[in-house]
Design a protein around this ligand. Structure first.
Ligand SMILES: *Cc1c(COP(=O)(O)O)cnc(C)c1O
Length: 346
């Protein structure tokens, strides 16, 4: 009675392993990322899967996510959110901190804990990072911490291989004696390998979507049918007591706002078609009727009313044979915003 992610275990794990091994063959070390909702799997599952892969380091999104990740993964944990002065203790031997401001690096260098540190350099992404012009100052401080490389977070669109190469060269020129390691994001393994070759650096590729969700063929999100009610024209239903305009069937299916079903999230969709797809996955028009992400008898169906906390009411027109209670129907989800009740490994 739930929203379930069915995983074709062998197929999915095989794909994740091949991605990692192909990268390794090109000289690039994969650093799996486990953060947020764990891309639908949950962070503890992704951490355990990373342990199966045998990688040395995993990346967590925030300091708050570190305990759950570190409990299921015995290796090192890189924290992607930059370290800032505060209660987070920089002493943990397994935690590698990302430092993105000169003042923070100065603060850590002044202490006596010598934390493990990766210094992020600002890219055209402009999220976090020291400015390239500050690299000379960075170089003076890194001997006072355990410096483990430079980090570059790159945009998703376009090919940023040249940008990564140029920034890495600049960083190594400023700090010639430093660990020649670059932690990159959003390069293909092949492009990451090019950066490694052109800079003589060891490349660690922080990756989540392309690794965990790179092939969705083995992933089937499903929702259990909880109830089926035949309704007549003129009868009312739901919290809002709408009136049926025709005879039909109301399906009550697992999956509501608590699961992140049909929650409108910002989308980068720029074409009409992309927008229609995004709406189908997660959108609900304000007020009016909306196409639900649930697929019954081969078609996406309309919401009868906006989704409830743990379930949704779906309208099925006359003439469509309804499923029976206990059946599972397909549901389209955005993996980064969906909380599945259950994972079933098949
Ligand atoms: C989330 C994140 C990643 C992984 O992103 P995907 O696009 O899911 O592969 C990599 N690097 C950084 C800095 C991140 O915040």
């Amino acid at each position: 009675m739930s929203v379930t992610l069915h995983i074709a275990a062998e197929q999915w794990r095989g794909r994740v392993r091949r991605y990692t091994e192909n990268a390794a063959a090109a000289g690039v070390t994969v650093v799996p990322v486990a953060k947020g909702n764990g891309y639908g799997f949950g962070n503890a599952v992704l951490a355990a899967e990373s342990a199966r892969l045998g990688v040395a380091t995993i990346a967590a999104g925030t300091y708050e996510e570190v305990p759950a990740v570190a409990a299921a993964f015995g290796g090192d944990v890189l924290v992607l959110t930059p370290w800032r002065p505060g209660p987070a203790t920089p002493g943990d031997e397994r935690v590698v901190h990302t430092v993105s401001r000169l003042e923070d690096l100065r603060g850590l260098a002044a202490g006596d804990t010598r934390p493990r540190v990766v210094v992020e350099v600002l890219t055209s992404m402009r999220r976090h990072g020291v400015a390239p012009g500050e690299l000379d100052e960075v170089a003076k401080l890194i001997d006072a911490v355990r410096f483990e490389g430079f980090a570059l977070h790159l945009p998703l669109t376009g090919d940023h291989t040249a940008e990564a190469t140029a920034l890495a060269r600049q960083a190594f020129a400023a700090a010639p004696g430093a660990a020649r390691t670059v932690w990159v994001s959003h390069l293909t393994p092949a492009h990451a390998a090019t950066v490694g070759r052109d800079t003589g650096a060891e490349i660690r590729l922080r990756v989540a979507t392309a690794l965990w969700l790179g092939d969705r063929a083995g992933l089937a999100p499903k929702a259990t049918v909880l109830d089926v009610h035949r309704v007549r024209r003129g009868e009312t239903y739901g919290y809002r007591q709408r009136r049926c305009r025709r005879d039909g069937t109301l399906l009550v299916v697992a999956g509501g706002t608590a699961h992140g079903i049909a929650m409108q999230a910002p989308t980068a969709a720029s074409t009409l078609r992309q927008r229609a797809t995004a709406l189908a996955r997660g959108g609900l028009e304000a007020g009016g009727r909306a196409l639900s992400p649930f697929r019954v008898a081969g078609r996406q169906r309309w919401f009868a009313e906006p989704p409830h906390m743990q379930c949704s009411m779906i309208w099925l027109p006359d003439g469509v044979t309804p499923p029976v209670v206990g059946d599972e129907v397909d549901v389209e989800v955005r993996f980064t915003t969906t909380a599945f009740d259950t994972l079933v490994w098949g």
